[in-house]
Write a protein that binds this ligand. Structure first.
Ligand code: PHE
Ligand code: ZN
Ligand code: ZN
Ligand code: CA
Length: 472
C-alpha cells in the first residue's frame, strides 16, 4: 500500500480499534417525553390484529404471529437489528422478537422487555399490549433521537408468557454463558395502563436494587407516589433474575383489589380490582387508563436513556451525536456524494440495518466507485471516532493475492489519508464493525470517503452500512 503523507505521522493507532475512551461517571440524562399518542396508536394496531384473528393474540394462534411480525417490521424500519426467534410450546409455535440498536459497547447490554402474547380469552390490550406498545415506542423514539449509546440497547418482546414465562425462559436458556454475562440489567414492563391503576415497582430483585431505586426517584420527581411490590417472579424478569442479572420493572396492577388507602393515594375506585378485565375478553382497547400509560412510558424512556449511558466500566466510543447525516443510507443517496447507484436497497445484499446500504464494486469489471460525505469535526472534541459496518463477499479464490479493494479515507483539503484498506482477502459475509480514531481532524471539515477498486474479473462486493462519526 502506498502510504499517504499523513499515514506515517498518525501511524497504526489510526486503524486500530483502541480509540475508545473510558466511560465517564454516571450523570442524569434528560429523556424525552415518550409519545402517548404514538403508543396508543400501537395499541389500536394490536386491537385490530386481535379483531382480525378471532379476538385474541394467543400463543399458537394467528393473532400472535401477526403481532410479532408487526412489531418486528416497525423495529426493522427504524434501523434495529432484529431476530424472530421461534420455539415450540404445547399450544403451538411461539416467537420472541429481539431488537438490538447497532451502536454501543456490545460487552455491556441493557435490556428492556415485555410479553407480547395475550391469553386466549381476549385481545390482551392492557395485559400486555400496554407494556409492549410502551417498550416499542421507547425503542422507536431512541432510534429517532440520534443518541449514541455507551451501552448496547436490546429489546425483547416475549412469546408465551401466559403459558408460564416460556419465551423469556427460552431466550435465556439459549444464550451462551458469555452472552448472558454481558447483560447488565433487564427491565420488564407487564401491564402498565390498568384502568384503575396503581404505581407499583418490582421489589424482587436480589441482584441489586439500583434500578428499582432509580424508578422510585423518577416517579417521586414527578410527584407520583409508588409502592414497592414483591411480584415473586410473576413476569419475564424471572428468567433473568434466576441468572443473577439485576432486574427491575413496573406494574399498574392486575386482579388484586385497590384498597381505600391506595385510592386516596392514586385516585380511582377503592375495593375494586386494578384491572377487572384481567385475563378476560373485556381486556380491549377500552380497558386502558391513558394517564397511567403516559406516565409509565415516560418512566420507560427515562430508564432506557439513562442506562444507555451508564458507566459499566467498559470502553466506549465518544457519545456525542452522530455527525454523519443519513448514516444508514435509509434515505437513499441523500447527503452522500459519489458514484451513482452505490447507495441501493437491492435485495441481493442484506443491509446491516434497514434496507439501504452502500454497495461498492461487485461488478467484476476493471472499475472504481466511491461514496463520501463532508463532515465538520468540532475543534472542542477530545475524542472522535469514525465507525462503520462492513460485509465483504468475493468470487476470488486466492488466499494470498489482493485483487479488489475498498479504502476508508479521510479527505482533508488536498490531502487524502487512508485509514484502512480491505480486500478480497478480508471476505466476511457477517457484518463487522470497524472503528477509527479521527481526532487528528478536529476543527476541520473533512470528507469521509469509501473508495472501491476492482480488477477485470471475479467480483468482490464491499457493502458498508451504519456509518457513525461521534465526538466526545
Ligand atoms: N405476568 C402476569 C400476567 O401476564 C401479570 C403480572 C405482572 C402479575 C406483574 C404480577 C406482576 O398475567
Ligand atoms: Zn397475563
Ligand atoms: Zn402480563
Ligand atoms: Ca441501512
Amino acid at each position: 500500500m502506498l502510504k499517504s503523507p499523513l499515514y506515517g505521522v498518525l501511524g497504526t493507532a489510526l486503524v486500530a480499534t483502541a480509540v475508545l475512551v473510558p466511560g465517564s461517571p454516571a450523570q442524569a440524562v434528560d429523556s424525552p417525553d415518550i409519545s402517548v399518542t404514538n403508543t396508543k396508536a400501537h395499541l389500536d394496531q394490536l386491537q385490530s390484529i386481535a379483531t382480525a384473528n378471532s379476538g385474541n393474540r394467543y400463543t399458537g394462534r394467528p393473532g400472535y404471529l401477526a403481532s410479532a411480525n408487526w412489531v418486528k417490521s416497525k423495529l426493522d424500519a427504524a434501523g434495529f437489528t432484529t431476530t424472530l426467534q421461534s420455539f415450540s410450546t404445547s399450544a403451538g409455535t411461539s416467537y420472541n422478537v429481539i431488537a438490538e440498536w447497532p451502536q454501543g459497547d456490545a460487552n455491556h447490554v441493557v435490556m428492556t422487555g415485555s410479553h407480547l402474547d395475550s391469553v386466549s380469552a381476549g385481545p390482551g390490550i392492557n395485559d400486555n399490549g400496554s407494556g409492549s406498545a410502551g417498550v416499542l415506542e421507547t425503542a422507536l423514539a431512541y432510534a429517532a433521537s440520534g443518541q449514541v449509546p455507551k451501552n448496547r440497547l436490546r429489546f425483547g418482546f416475549w412469546g408465551a408468557e401466559e403459558l408460564g414465562l416460556l419465551g423469556s425462559k427460552y431466550y435465556v436458556n439459549n444464550l451462551p454463558s458469555a452472552e448472558r454475562a454481558k447483560i447488565e440489567l433487564y427491565m420488564n414492563y407487564d401491564m402498565i395502563a390498568s384502568p384503575n391503576p396503581g404505581y407499583f415497582i418490582y421489589d424482587d430483585n436480589p441482584a441489586g436494587n439500583g434500578a428499582r431505586d432509580d424508578l422510585k426517584s423518577y416517579f417521586t420527581g414527578k410527584s407520583i407516589q409508588t409502592e414497592y411490590i414483591d411480584v415473586q417472579g410473576r413476569s419475564d424478569h424471572a428468567a433473568f433474575r434466576s441468572l443473577g442479572i439485576p432486574t427491575a420493572g413496573t406494574f399498574s396492577g392486575a386482579e388484586e383489589i385497590k384498597t381505600s388507602a391506595q385510592a386516596t393515594k392514586w385516585g380511582g375506585t377503592a375495593n375494586t380490582a386494578f384491572d377487572a378485565c384481567y385475563h378476560r375478553s373485556c381486556d380491549t382497547i377500552n380497558n386502558l387508563n391513558l394517564t397511567s400509560l403516559d406516565r409509565q412510558i415516560d418512566a420507560i424512556g427515562h430508564m432506557v436513556w439513562n442506562y444507555a449511558q451508564k458507566d459499566y466500566g467498559g470502553t466506549v466510543p465518544p457519545t456525542g451525536p452522530n455527525l454523519i447525516q443519513n448514516p444508514g443510507f435509509e434515505s437513499g443517496a441523500v447527503n452522500w456524494t459519489g458514484t451513482s447507484g452505490v447507495v441501493t436497497n437491492s435485495s441481493s445484499k442484506p443491509a446491516h440495518a434497514g434496507t439501504y446500504k452502500a454497495w461498492l464494486q461487485g461488478n467484476g469489471n476493471t472499475s472504481t466507485e466511491n461514496i463520501g460525505q463532508s463532515v465538520a469535526i468540532p475543534s472542542t472534541a477530545t475524542a472522535a471516532a469514525l465507525s462503520l459496518w462492513i460485509r465483504i463477499d468475493t468470487a476470488e479464490t486466492t488466499s494470498s493475492t489482493v485483487y479488489d479493494t475498498v479504502k476508508v479515507q479521510v479527505v482533508d483539503g488536498s490531502t487524502t489519508t487512508t485509514l484502512a484498506t480491505y480486500s478480497n482477502l478480508n471476505k466476511n459475509t457477517t457484518y463487522t464493525q470497524k472503528t477509527f480514531d479521527v481526532l487528528a481532524y478536529k476543527g476541520k471539515t473533512v470528507t469521509v470517503k469509501f473508495l472501491g477498486n476492482e480488477d477485470s474479473s471475479l467480483q468482490t462486493s464491499f457493502v458498508i452500512d451504519d456509518v457513525a462519526l461521534t465526538t466526545g
